[in-house]
Design a protein around this ligand. Structure first.
Ligand code: GDG
Length: 735
């Protein structure tokens, strides 16, 4: 039976060795909860690190650790101290984490980290390889495993792979700083579906893919080596009911049954009825804006002295990555700031900041959420921020106000909160005042609207939505592969070729026999192409026809004295071996006078683009332009030309990074039709890559063998990947 394989850096388990016994307790974090519906016994396995390095597990306990993990359907990837130091604390948390959160000055680049990152990703891939079976689906999580999707895909091309990034994907200008950027992008592109929290992260990712790897996008899909890859947004939700129900049962508890923390909170409010609690919860991380929050709270106390004694900031900071210097430094800074504020403002009855530097059990988290009047979350960057969602879910009486940084992914969905810029102290101080004085009806209206949304798109829905999309992408891929030029089909075509005597082979040039070049003038035939064509043309049973939109003079230059046939200028010019070119129709070119200045205008105002004037057409090339600017201008130019061609027999061809305008009276299709007319060929082959080649495919009889290079919809019988596959195919056929 096929299964799901979830992969993350850490297993959703807390493992501890107690004497000769192993204790494995399932953890309750957001991801673990979200995956609950997916990680069902017998139907899925979870692969990750146990949290214990190999050095800390006594040799005779190793199998016990594995067994304890297996009970929870978890499989441990054994990692050493050195692995964790360099792959986890090093490359993941000192290189990727700061850079992806725009803390470029904190990012460190060390080759040893990078080498270890690759090595450990490979260790994960090796464990996956031991457990994967045909039909399985794989879901890889987060920035520690960016290379893993490709490592799996290379070994198991038919397995559907999803990847989700929990942190922001930075803008291209930041991502490009990374020395290993291309490998990381290629690594992620091993997945079939790539998920982000927000549209901004998705578009930044696409922009990097486009600029660094040059891949073309089609809405939210990229085609790489004939494989459709989709990226989309899946804003992670929370287990809404868990927080809501826990708050209800907490409220129903008798006073004595309440936790000690809750009793203290209650007591404080009883003594000082006017006091309001402002809450923040986060890992102690520089991305979370903890210092900013303290500065802003201090500013609030300065600006609104009426709140002295009446507003308390409860700050829960969970220790995190304590081995990393930056985190240690930050801890001292926070300690100092808290000390300063409390030193300056405390009274006998009031301490402005209650600071907890530790982790708390879930029930205390609920105490804090449900007792607080305001949540103040000020990250400088945060992929999503689940605390914001958990706070809202816990307000069972719908009272409470969320102040949320616009730099969090959550802010995109929670527009009913008070959105602040975490660097604007005055704005934050004012927003605290606004929150503390907000009428109850307004609080309820805002909270309820957000609650309804969170209830609907909860974490279970999030995971289900992701899988639904992964299935869809897989279905598209399977549909496409129905037409794939497999070795079995190549064999069939070869047999037919060898058993026929009167053959004609129509082969498009650019993108079919050679790769596209930045400068089209430099895309002349390689020696390999000439060898193959010569070999084909030397067989007297063959007619080789090169079909192209290029002009005849180019082919005269490149294929002088060759005994091939040519269809050039999109069918306007034809040449037979040892004969002169002839024009198929009298083509009007007067229109060029009108169109030329328009296209020149686009050339002038779009750096890196240039105009090519052919005999019967004009082409504007934008391959070397900034990809986004080029694509935008191409759309503009296309629109403008379309509005002008109404009264002319003209058509616009949108090809690989170019916009071309030509007469519509001639076409490759018409020329092919002409060549096939009244001839008795027993083998007809057509190969091409763009939509002008589709005209050629459509003119061919049903029993012709037609091959499209690339993945888009086609009238051809088969698809193949790139010009490389075409050359291999032609070689194979003539062996
Ligand atoms: C990364 C991204 C993205 C916190 N303190 C305690 C505790 N928590 C729980 C919270 C919440 C989780 O930890 C923190 O989640 P966040 O989303 O706020 O932040 P990160 O840890 O940085 O997570 C982030 C997330 O991945 C998901 O994609 O939102 O942007 O950085 O669930 O409740 N839980 C307990 N005790 C604590 O003291 N029990």
């Amino acid at each position: 039976m096929s299964k799901t394989i979830i992969i993350s850096n850490r297993l959703p388990l807390q493992i501890s060795i107690e004497g000769k016994n192993i204790k494995a307790t399932p953890s309750v974090g957001g991801l673990a909860t979200g995956m609950k519906s997916v990680h069902k016994s017998g139907e899925s396995i979870w692969i990750g690190w146990s949290g214990l390095t190999e050095e800390t597990i006594p040799t005779d306990m190793k199998t016990k650790v594995d067994e304890a993990s297996a009970k929870e359907d978890c499989i441990n990837v054994p990692l050493s101290e050195d692995d964790i130091e360099q792959y986890y604390y090093g490359f993941s948390n000192k290189t990727i984490w700061p850079l992806f959160h725009y803390f470029t000055e904190y990012a460190e680049y060390h080759n040893e980290y990078w080498e270890k990152y690759k090595e450990v990703n490979q260790k994960f891939a090796d464990v996956v390889a031991k457990h994967i079976q045909p039909g399985d689906k794989v879901w890889v999580h987060d920035y520690q495993l960016l290379l893993l999707p490709k490592m799996i895909k290379d070994q198991f091309p038919d397995v559907a792979i999803g990847f989700f990034l929990h942190i922001p994907f930075p803008s291209f200008e930041v991502f490009r700083i990374l020395p290993y950027r291309n490998e990381l992008l290629e690594g992620v592109l091993g997945a079939d579906l790539i998920g982000f929290h927000t549209y901004d992260y998705e578009r930044h990712f696409f922009s990097s893919v486009r600029r660094l790897l040059g891949y073309e996008l089609n809405f939210n899909e990229i085609i790489v080596n004939n494989r459709v890859i989709r990226a989309d947004i899946f804003p992670m939700g929370i287990d809404y009911d868990k927080f809501y129900n826990a708050s209800i049962s907490q409220q129903r508890k008798s006073v004595t049954d309440r936790t000690q923390l809750q009793q203290e909170l209650d007591k404080h409010q009883l003594v000082n009825r006017e006091v309001k609690f402002i809450l923040s919860i986060d890992r102690l991380d520089y991305t979370k804006g903890i210092q900013n929050r303290l500065h802003a709270f201090e500013h609030f106390l300065e600006k609104y002295p009426q709140y002295h004694g009446k507003a308390t900031l409860i700050m829960l900071c969970v220790p995190s990555r304590e081995n990393v210097d930056m985190y240690q430094r930050m801890k001292s800074e926070v300690d100092e700031l808290v000390g300063r504020i409390n030193g300056n403002y405390s009274t006998v009855n009031w301490t402005p900041v209650w600071y907890f530097y530790r982790s708390m059990p879930f029930e205390n988290l609920i105490d804090l959420y449900s007792s607080s009047d305001v949540a103040l979350l000020t990250p400088i960057r945060d992929g999503m921020n689940l605390v914001a969602k958990e706070y809202v879910a816990s307000q069972i009486d719908s009272k409470g106000v969320l102040i949320l940084s616009e730099m969090t992914g959550a802010a995109k969905e929670m527009s009913e909160s008070i959105i602040i810029n975490p660097n604007n102290m005055d704005e934050i101080a004012d927003s605290i005042h606004e929150a503390l004085s907000m009428p109850v009806e307004e609080q309820m209206q805002r909270i309820e609207t957000m609650q309804n949304r969170l209830k609907r798109y909860n974490v279970e829905k999030w995971a289900a939505d992701f899988f639904e999309n992964l299935n869809e992408v897989q279905a598209i891929q399977q549909q496409n592969s129905a037409k794939k030029l497999t070795s079995k089909i190549v064999k069939k075509i070869t047999d037919k070729y060898q058993n026929s005597k009167n053959r004609i082979l129509f082969i498009n040039y650019d993108g079919t026999l050679v790769a596209f070049k930045e400068n089209p003038k430099k895309a002349g035939p390689t020696d390999e192409v000439i060898d193959i064509l010569d070999k084909l043309a030397s067989d007297t049973n063959n007619r080789i026809v090169i079909v192209s939109g290029r002009d005849k003079s180019t082919f005269d230059k490149w294929f002088k004295d060759k005994n091939y046939y040519f269809i050039a200028d999109y069918g306007a010019s034809i040449k037979e071996p040892d004969k002169d070119w002839h024009v198929t129709e009298d083509v009007d070119t007067e229109w060029k006078k009108l169109m030329l200045p328009i296209m020149e205008f686009y050339e002038d105002r779009t750096p890196g683009t240039f105009l090519e004037e052919k005999n019967y057409s004009l082409v504007w090339h934008y391959r070397k332009a900034d990809p986004e600017l080029g694509a935008g201008r191409a759309n503009e130019l296309k629109d403008q030309l379309t509005s002008l061609i109404a009264n002319h027999d003209l058509e616009i061809i949108e090809a690989n990074k170019s916009i071309e305008i030509k007469s519509s009276t001639t076409s490759k299709g018409k020329a092919v039709h002409q060549m096939l007319l009244n001839k008795d060929f027993d083998f007809i082959l057509g190969i091409g890559n763009d939509w002008t080649d589709e005209q050629m495919f459509r003119e061919m009889p049903e029993d012709a063998c037609t091959i499209k290079v690339g993945k888009t919809n086609t009238a051809a019988n088969f698809n193949t990947g790139t010009f490389r596959n075409v050359l291999d195919f032609l070689n194979e056929m003539t062996k």
